[in-house]
Design a protein around this ligand. Structure first.
Ligand SMILES: Cc1cc2nc3c(=O)[nH]c(=O)nc-3n(C[C@H](O)[C@H](O)[C@H](O)COP(=O)(O)OP(=O)(O)OC[C@H]3O[C@@H](n4cnc5c(N)ncnc54)[C@H](O)[C@@H]3O)c2cc1C
Ligand code: FES
Length: 280
């Protein structure tokens, strides 16, 4: 059992959870993830480690409510415990001094990007962070990212917090404005990472994306998370989650992510019908 030390709704449907997990806090590296099971009948879901504190023995994740498990998890509170927590998993981000690094984050990726931006800054890079949200009220961790970035660019889809637009618009402006970016990291929804990769390709800027394929064991055993990168089959859990965004077959990834779409809707309907009082 892993105890929840802090639980906070950062913005609607986006939650921060700090767990007691000393062993994982001692080993965590930027870009790695955990797999949790919220109770004995729960499914395994992967979440990126957004922060950790070795002294406190804690790790922090930020998750978005999308389906049954994340909606049930949102009903947990500080003091509750979850059934299991495995990690750190995945190959850590490759941190080195390359020059100027653009760190791109959307939805949960704003938090997931944080350790990478911080480590790239500590390695001596100029860090430009670019984050997006549909609207101002969905933005979070702006100050946190400012602290680890030389420049923070925020963009909102509805223009409620200028400038109006999405990450690809901002990337184009950065590159066309003459900024010589050496590397891009992108974490967040698949479509955003695909568009960020397509935007950077003509400029020849290496773009590392964090693939969020469906995972079960997270240790290379089940094959569920397979993706196609550069024409080769890779397992996102053990070969990634970092991959070259210009080599990823995005259509395969997007279609595999929808594999259980009907079952996910049924599961949510079933849970909602049985839990009308909002109990998990
Ligand atoms: C390496 C990695 C890191 C991730 N980090 C974060 C994070 O930090 N914060 C966050 O909010 N989300 C993160 N995700 C996505 C998160 O795992 C899914 O949103 C979650 O599993 C959805 O579960 P659900 O039951 O609520 O939704 P469901 O209704 O079951 O599924 C909704 C969609 O989520 C995806 N999904 C469902 N089950 C899984 C699964 N077992 N593994 C991966 N994707 C799944 C599918 O594309 C599906 O269509 C990450 C995914 C991966 C692979
Ligand atoms: S999740 Fe099973 S092989 Fe990657």
């Amino acid at each position: 059992m892993h105890k929840i030390l802090v639980k906070e709704e950062l913005v609607p449907n986006m939650h921060l959870v700090k767990f007691s997990a000393p062993a994982i806090a001692n080993k965590a590296k930027p870009g790695q993830f955990i797999i949790i099971t919220i109770d004995e009948k729960g499914e395994r879901i992967p979440l990126t480690i957004a922060d950790w504190d070795q002294t406190e023995g804690s790790i922090t994740i930020v998750f978005m409510e999308v389906g049954t498990t994340t909606q049930r998890f949102a009903l947990f509170n500080a003091g509750d415990s979850i059934d299991s927590l495995v990690g750190p998993l995945g190959i850590p981000a490759h941190i080195e001094k390359v020059g100027t690094v653009v760190c791109v984050g959307g939805c949960y990726g704003i938090a997931a990007m944080m350790p990478i931006a911080r480590a790239m800054k500590e390695a001596g890079n100029k860090v430009i962070s670019v984050i997006e949200a549909r609207s101002k009220y969905l933005l979070f961790w702006e100050d946190e990212l400012k602290r680890v970035s030389d420049q923070l660019i925020v963009t909102t889809g509805d223009g409620s917090y200028a400038p109006q637009g999405w990450i690809p618009d901002q990337l184009k402006q950065i590159f066309e404005g003459g900024e010589k970016a050496d590397l891009i990291f992108a974490i967040g929804c698949t479509y955003m990472m695909k568009l960020a990769s397509e935007t950077s390709k003509p400029f020849g800027i290496k773009t590392i994306v964090h693939l969020n394929s469906i995972m079960v064991d997270g240790t290379g055993m089940c094959g569920c998370c397979r993706v196609s990168v550069g024409g080769e089959t890779k397992f996102a859990c053990v070969d990634g989650p970092e991959f070259d965004g210009h080599q990823v077959d995005w259509d395969v990834l997007l279609s595999r992510q929808r594999s259980y779409h009907d079952e996910e809707i049924l599961s949510l309907q079933e849970w909602e019908s049985r839990n009308w009082r909002g109990t998990r």
